[in-house]
Structure formats: C-alpha cells, structure tokens
Design a protein. Structure first.
Lengths: 251, 187
C-alpha cells in the first residue's frame, strides 16, 4: 500500500474533440467537472428560482443568498458602478466555489487544482481590468501607478513598485487559489492514505492506530470545506478590488 | 494506486520509476500537454456559465427580489394608508363628538333659560294676581271694618242714649251722645 497524493490531479482524456495545430484537444475528466459545475450552478440558480416564491424555500434561499452575497461584496469594494461586472464576478465566484466543493467529494477531480485554469481566470480578470480601465479613463488610468502625496524624490521607486505589483497581480491571484486547492487535497490524501497504510502494514494494531489519521482526515475535510468557499470568496473580492482600480483610478 | 510516490517511503515491493505511472512521469498541474484541452474546456464552460448567469439566472433572481421588495413596500404603504384612514376617522369621530356635546349643552342651556323665563313670567302673573287679590281683600277688610266701626258707633250711641234715658229718664240730645261716643272711641 502506497500513498500517491498526486494521482488525483491526473488529467485523463475521455475522448478527443479535435486538433489545434499539432495539439490534441480532448474532453478530459477536468472538462467533465467544469461542465458539471456549470450544470450545478444553472440548476441552483434557475431551478431554485423556478418557484419565484415570495417566501423562499431552501434552494431559492441559497440562490438568493449567493446573489445578495456577491452583490454586497461588489457594492462594498467597487461601489455601485462595479455592478456592471456583477455577472462576471458572480460567474467567477460560483464557478470556483461550486467546483471546489464538488472536488472535496472523494474520487472527484478539483478543477482549480490546475494552475492553467486559475491562471486563465486570473488573466481574464487582469485583462478585463486593463482594457476597461483604459477604455473608461484613457491615460488617466495610469494614475493608479502614481499614488498622490508621495514626495517627488521617491516617486520613481514607488512607481516601479506599483507597476511591478500590478503586473504580478495575475500571478498571485492565480497561484493563491491553485496552491490552496493543491496543498489541501494533497494533505487530505496523505492523511487518508495513512489509515490504509497503517492497517495493511501493522494489522489489527494498525487499524486501531489508524483512528488518529482518520480523525485528522475528517477534521481536514471540514477545513477544506471552509477553504473551498474562502478561496472562491478571496478570488472574487480581489477581482472586485482590481476592478475598483479600473473604475476609480488614482487612489 | 499509481506507482509514483514522491516523498513517501517505498513499502512493499516493486520499483518506482517515473515512466510507468499513470501520469507520464510529471507533476500533473505542470504538464503542458494538457493545457490546450483544459483551456478549451474552460473557455466553453465559462462562456456558457457567463451567458446562463447574465441572461437567465441573475435577472430572474433580481426580479424575484424586486417583486418581494415591492410587495413589502406595497404592504407597508397600504398599512400606512389604513392607519391614516383610521386616524382620520378617529379625529372625525372626536370632532363630531365634541360638536354634539357642545350642541347638547347649548340646547340644554337654551331650554333651561326658556323654562326659567316661562316660570318667571308665570310667577310674576301669579304674584300680580295675588297682589291684586290681596289688595282687594284688604280693601274689603278695611271697608268692612269701617262699616263695622260705623255700626259700632251707631250701636254705641243708641246704647248710650238708652242708658242715659234709663238713668235719668231724660232722652239726651242725639248730637251730644254721638259727640261723647266719638270722644270715647278716639280715646
């Protein structure tokens, strides 16, 4: 019995869709979970609201709470103008949150445990901020690199740091989510693997001793539930903060 | 279980080579051969999600929340309207009551005055009548007394004449007798 905490991140092609250049585009297990997440969100948001009840039931409550939660996050960080990006931020938050929650179920795949996915989402946000900021404010957008009230002799240094941090945003934005999901699932797998490993190698004593890592696995699963939601929230709120720069440059 | 197990001590038998695992001997998130597939799937899935969310899901939730908000506001407005109406009704009732009360008071005092006046008038006529009757009676008494007094004088004169005659045997002069009687009556 060996522990292989990496195996769960394998991309397994289920069937081939087509080719771009010499790259094979396959429908993979990752694709399956992406579409599953989209389906779950659609079911929740459209199926849950089908009743259109004045006093909401359970599903409708979840749908409405998600709506209000994201809406209030945007209003408090990016102001009323940020509501233009409500569908984008809502999609990001729900996609990450639901796919993370699905990923906690054993034997499933976590979409955001792959850097390419989180990087694509972070770059989507980055370019949205950049393009919208330039479109709306023109060259005034570059004021975000020039904080007001900074003495002239350290301004070049501050500008350098601001520009660097601006272009490093997609990196931190994506790596934060990716690393959290990756590390969490590896830890879960390692501790869960200990249970079986102890049992197989030490027999009865091992199975009894396995209670400890089992308890840890349960506790870690609870923690991962929190992390799954929290990382989606962090991703969404950072998106709001970045968009706030595009809407109101010159802080 | 796949064969590759980095960082874990090998237990049992079997060689662990990079090549014979299920994942091509690398760290799956960094395998660039899978990137294109994932990006295509992600693009399709995320665009689909964005369309579903922006076209169907959010407007629907918004309309439901708005409808609820409107219903609550409508109910509150209706409640306020009813409250205003009841307040107005209460005020109208109170003014009506006050008016009725003052009217009743006015009617009461008017009636009392009228009755008082009537009673007063009646009392006056009765008093007048009584005064007149009293005056007539007094007049009659005075006349009667006068008549009686004159009778008394006649009787006294006659009696005095008779007494004098009996005593003296002489019939006195009637003038002298009446003068004496008058003096005696006065005295």
């Amino acid at each position: 019995m060996k522990i292989d905490p990496i195996h769960q991140f394998n991309i397994e092609p289920l069937f081939t869709i087509g080719h771009i250049g010499n790259q094979t585009i396959a429908f993979t297990n990752s694709s399956l979970y992406m579409f599953l997440s989209v389906a779950v969100i659609s079911l929740l948001m459209i199926g849950g609201m089908a009743g259109r009840q004045l006093v909401p039931g359970r599903l409708q409550s979840i749908a409405e709470i998600s709506y209000e939660f994201v809406a209030s996050t945007i209003r408090s960080t990016a102001g009323a103008e940020g509501m233009k990006f409500f569908p984008l931020i809502f999609s990001l938050f729900m996609f990450i949150c639901i796919s993370n929650l699905i990923g906690i179920i054993p034997y499933t795949f976590t979409v955001s445990s792959h850097i390419i996915v989180t990087a694509a989402l972070a770059l989507l946000v980055f370019f949205t901020v950049l393009i919208y900021g330039l479109y709306k404010n023109g060259f005034k957008f570059f004021k975000i690199f020039v904080p007001s009230g900074v003495p002239i002799y350290i301004l070049p240094l501050v500008m350098f740091i601001e520009i660097l941090s601006f272009f490093l945003r997609p990196v931190s934005h994506s790596v934060r989510l990716f690393a959290n999901m990756l590390a969490g699932h590896i830890a879960l797998k390692v501790f869960a693997g200990f249970v079986a490993m102890l049992g197989v190698s030490l027999g009865a004593v091992g199975w009894i001793g396995g209670v400890l890592p089992l308890a840890l696995t349960v506790a870690l699963t609870a923690l991962e539930l929190l992390v799954a939601f929290l990382q989606a929230y962090v991703f969404a709120i950072l998106t709001c903060i970045y968009l706030n720069d595009a809407i109101h440059p010159g802080h | 279980m796949a064969e590759k197990s980095p960082g874990t001590p090998a237990k049992g038998t079997g060689a662990h080579t990079e090549a014979d695992g299920g994942h091509g001997g690398g760290f799956p998130p960094f395998e660039s051969s899978t990137f294109a597939s994932q990006l295509v799937s992600l693009a399709i899935a995320f665009v689909a999600l964005y369309v579903i969310v922006s076209r169907f899901a959010l407007p629907r939730v918004e309309s439901v929340i708005d409808a609820r908000q409107n219903a609550i506001e409508g109910d509150l407005a209706a409640a306020q309207k009813f409250k205003d109406e009841s307040d107005a009704a209460l005020k109208a009732y109170e003014t009506e009551l006050a008016a009725a009360r003052s009217r009743a008071q006015a009617i009461g005092s008017e009636t009392r005055e009228k009755l008082n006046a009537a009673a007063e008038a009646e009392r006056k006529t009765l008093e007048d009548q009584l005064t007149a009757k009293l005056a007539a009676a007094e007049k009659q008494i005075a006349a009667t007394r006068e008549a009686a007094m004159s009778n008394v004088r006649g009787i006294a004169a006659d009696a005095a004449g008779a007494i004098v005659q009996r005593l003296t045997g002489v019939l006195p002069d009637s003038k002298t007798v009446s003068k004496a009687v008058d003096a005696s009556l006065k005295g």
